[in-house]
Design a protein around this ligand. Structure first.
Ligand SMILES: Nc1ncnc2c1ncn2[C@@H]1O[C@H](COP(=O)(O)OP(=O)(O)OP(=O)(O)O)[C@@H](O)[C@H]1O
Length: 801
């Protein structure tokens, strides 16, 4: 595990790699001033965010390319094989893409890149695995490809089995479906280019971001810009004529495959280098019973939610894939709308019991579904399934591999015995791929939707998601949502705290793992943290303090007489603290371990201070930022504050730089300051020092006491808390033991204290409840520490004299 973590941290993602090349000799096109894109031969695309065509061009780029970095003025995207798969899955074709790119690019597009795009789009887009009228088909416009694929033994077997099960008079192998080319092209490119043409006459003059001012020279340039815009408009009209008004026919061939082979056939197509996109023709599904669910008349989708769902349901079929929206942008409503559109049995899988309850609540708020049609299946709640329902459960329940409680097993058997219209994977990025495979084994779902805030994962397992669920269908731009007030406006600050001399000196004598404790409990960092807490308390803010190391978390929380929230916090204490935080009228402060990264709903939090974190994890940084992203009604330029406290000259500095990179690429700017007086918000606030005299760590005796405590801590105490599925599984195990069967067959539930210690079935680690293992190396280590402690005490006594 440890080794894996290190691997995650050391690995650099492909996103980070950037080939530096000389692009001075790009051939510029006519009217390049008003075209918004630079398309480089290496597939990187740069968008001028100041362009009048910014909005439409962004929609187009999001559909065909991976966002690399989107700061305020210039956005960078990258064309990749995966992004092309996503583009093809939502109906883009090579011609669509090239027409739009040629129109929008300032420079002529490199021939090599054009060939690459052609290869990506034609190879990947040619095959679909379609569920139509309750039969599975491999579908392609390329008849030869379908024949070739049938040479693969698995696909051949799947086709042969399907033929065996055909009824008399049914058509044998291939069927033909016809659509017009004009129709399909119209549906795709039209939306992009027509929107562009509509916006051409409106050259902005008052846009503050726009580079044009009153200067005479600039006015001349602007006139030229206007003239170019109308020329491009004509060019666009020309494209309409050439590309759209062709009433040609596209013929689609399909071959039927047996239902039992669906996953194997997908795998085989992948191996043959022709990944099959999954589509579900839910309108023509007459086998699965319908589910009575509609969105309420009062539920109005936001623009980004509509766009995401538009991609999922393009062409009247449901496309399996991933939707990426930042925390707080309304993924839950996207999932609920998808369920209300498909109107068949739906499973939602989330990562904690708390999330299960939240989803249940939101289904009731946004949709008309009857109460008895929403079933929560957790370690605490189990019931029989009606013929069609929304089932909300957790990953750990579905993937639990040991013997289950009898009533759990009954529910699992019911889940396995039927087909589901839709499965929604919440927080899809957080789970290992083998868990998804296990979920796939348990559930047969016709369409799969993965929801996530970030597709960043240090271990590259994210690529497996494309295979297991489907390509990315939509990814929102964080800054755009912030500008529209759908997200809070966050100021990010990294505060560098010098290591206090005695802590630094002693930490050098320790092994790497233990050094972490010295950096987290660095008295200067504690002071900075306390200062920020007191400052924001005075503003009546809702403050979250994150610390992944439990030993330190307890210390920080202790300074404020607060209960720390981590895996070992008893369930009732935990919920009481969270409820108090959410209901507080004035200020409130919560100290959390990494179980707070995703598990709890804390909508009012607007300040986050992290004193320790999981190495260089960009995903955790993004998740944590998400904790304060819920839109806020108040505030000036910024209404949420994200602080990372870093001990100078320690490994924390390198990790911090890596953690920030994801958010910087989302357009957030970080202030790095070396004293809290330089934090912009604090500098502009009067009376900033008024509470300084009451603060901890001013008395040398208190610092020494802390130093002794850190020295005497053992290495295990320097470790992070381990959270995730494991905790929930342990809860499930504990839960199994909580039943006794009486002589008359009656079962009675008992809640043992260890179960309480686990947090009553929520996330958390049994570590706190489990007895500590004792063995020789630990004794030796302890002895070494005692010796060090005695030496230090003597040292301190000498200094005091
Ligand atoms: N279309 C909408 N209209 C009004 N409110 C909305 C809409 N969509 C979402 N919200 C509200 O925005 C808030 C955040 O939504 P939600 O919890 O679904 O976000 P999320 O993306 O799942 O965030 P997280 O990852 O933090 O759970 C909720 O209070 C939700 O009710």
């Amino acid at each position: 595990m440890r080794r894996r973590k290190q691997k995650e941290d050391s690995e650099d993602d492909e996103e980070d790699e950037y080939e530096s090349q000389d692009f001075q000799h790009l051939e510029m096109k006519e009217h390049n001033l008003s075209r918004p894109l630079w398309v480089l031969p290496n597939g990187h695309i740069f968008l001028e965010a100041t362009s009048q065509f910014y909005r439409e061009t962004t929609d187009f780029l999001i559909a065909i390319a991976e966002p690399v970095s989107r700061p305020r003025y210039i956005h960078e995207y990258k064309l990749t094989s995966q992004s092309m798969l996503s583009a093809v899955s939502i109906g883009r074709t090579f011609n669509d893409i090239m027409s739009a790119l040629n129109l929008l690019s300032k420079n002529k597009i490199d021939e090599g890149l054009v060939r690459k795009i052609e290869e990506w789009t034609t190879r990947q887009g040619r095959l679909k695995l379609v569920l139509r009228e309750n039969q599975y088909y491999l579908e392609s416009p390329d008849q030869y490809l379908l024949h070739t694929l049938q040479q693969n033994p698995t696909i051949k077997e799947a086709v042969d089995r399907a033929n065996l099960s055909l009824g008399e008079g049914e058509n044998a192998i291939e069927t033909v479906q016809v659509t017009t080319k004009a129709e399909s092209l119209f549906q795709t490119l039209r939306s992009t280019i027509q929107q562009l043409s509509e916006s051409f006459p409106n050259v902005p003059t008052t846009d503050p971001l726009h580079p044009y001012t009153d200067d005479v020279e600039i006015q001349r340039e602007k006139a030229e810009y206007d003239a170019q815009a109308s020329l491009i408009q004509q060019e666009q009209a020309q494209i309409d004529d050439d590309e759209f008004i062709i009433d040609e026919q596209i013929i689609t061939f399909s071959v039927r495959i047996h239902q039992e082979y669906v996953d194997k056939v997908r795998q085989a197509c992948e191996t043959e280098n022709h990944p099959a996109l999954q589509e579900y023709d839910f309108i023509k599904d007459y086998t699965l019973p319908n589910l009575g669910i509609e969105l309420r008349a009062t539920s109005t989708l936001r623009e980004h939610q509509e766009k995401a769902l538009g991609k999922m349901f393009g062409g009247g079929r449901a496309h399996s894939g991933l939707i990426v929206l930042p925390c707080g942008a309304g993924k839950t409503l996207v999932g609920i709308t998808a369920a209300s559109t498909v109107k068949k049995g739906c499973i939602v899988v989330c990562n904690s019991n708390t999330s299960v309850e939240q989803w249940r609540h939101e289904f009731k708020v946004w949709s008309t579904i009857e109460d008895d049609r929403i079933i929560s299946f957790t370690s605490k709640s189990k019931s029989n399934l009606p013929d069609s329902c929304v089932l909300i459960t957790t990953y750990s329940i579905l993937t639990f591999s040991q013997k289950r409680a009898q009533d759990s097993q009954l529910v699992i058997d019911q889940i396995k015995s039927r087909d589901w219209g839709l499965i929604v994977f919440d927080e899809v990025h957080a789970l290992p791929a083998n868990n998804f495979r296990r979920v796939n084994e348990v559930i047969r779902a016709n369409c799969k939707l993965g929801l996530t805030a970030t597709l960043v994962r240090e271990d590259k397992l994210i690529k497996d998601l494309t295979f297991l669920i489907g390509p990315k269908l939509y990814e929102a731009n964080w800054q755009d949502l912030q500008d529209k007030n759908f997200l809070a406006r966050v100021q990010c600050v990294e505060l560098l705290c010098p290591m206090s001399g005695e802590f630094y000196a002693k930490s050098l004598m320790e092994r790497k793992r233990k050094q972490l404790l010295y950096s987290v409990l660095n008295p200067n960092k504690i002071q900075a943290c306390e200062y920020l807490i007191r400052f924001h308390q005075a503003r009546h803010d809702h403050i979250l303090v994150f610390c992944d190391n439990i030993f330190s978390l307890k210390y920080y929380a202790g300074l404020f007489n607060t209960v720390p929230i981590y895996g070992g916090t008893p369930y009732n204490d935990r919920m009481a603290a969270i409820n108090a935080f959410n209901q507080a009228e004035g200020t409130s402060t919560l100290f959390l371990s990494q179980i707070g990264d995703t598990s709890f709903d804390l909508p009012d939090a607007n300040v986050l201070i992290q004193v320790s974190s999981h190495f260089g994890s960009r995903r955790q940084e993004a998740q944590r930022l998400g904790r304060i992203l819920r839109p806020k009604q108040t505030g000036g330029e910024f209404n949420a504050f994200f602080y990372t406290l870093v001990s100078r000259d320690t490994s924390e500095m390198a990790f911090s730089a890596k953690r920030r990179s994801f958010l910087i690429n989302q357009g957030y700017s970080y202030y790095s300051v070396d004293t809290f007086y330089n934090i912009p918000l604090i500098r502009s606030t009067p009376d900033i020092q008024s509470f300084a005299p009451q603060m901890h760590m001013q008395d040398p005796a208190e610092r020494r006491k802390l130093l002794v405590m850190v020295i005497s801590a053992n290495e295990e105490e320097a470790l992070e808390e381990k959270v995730g599925d494991e905790g929930s599984m342990q809860a499930e195990r504990a839960e199994r033991k909580t039943y006794i069967t009486h002589g008359d067959g009656r079962r009675e539930q008992i809640v043992p204290s260890s179960f309480q210690a686990l947090g009553g079935g929520l996330m958390g680690r049994a570590k706190a409840a489990a007895p500590k293992r004792t063995h020789a190396p630990l004794f030796e280590q302890r002895n070494r520490q005692l010796k060090k402690e005695r030496l230090l005490q003597a040292d301190l006594r000498r200094q005091n004299k």
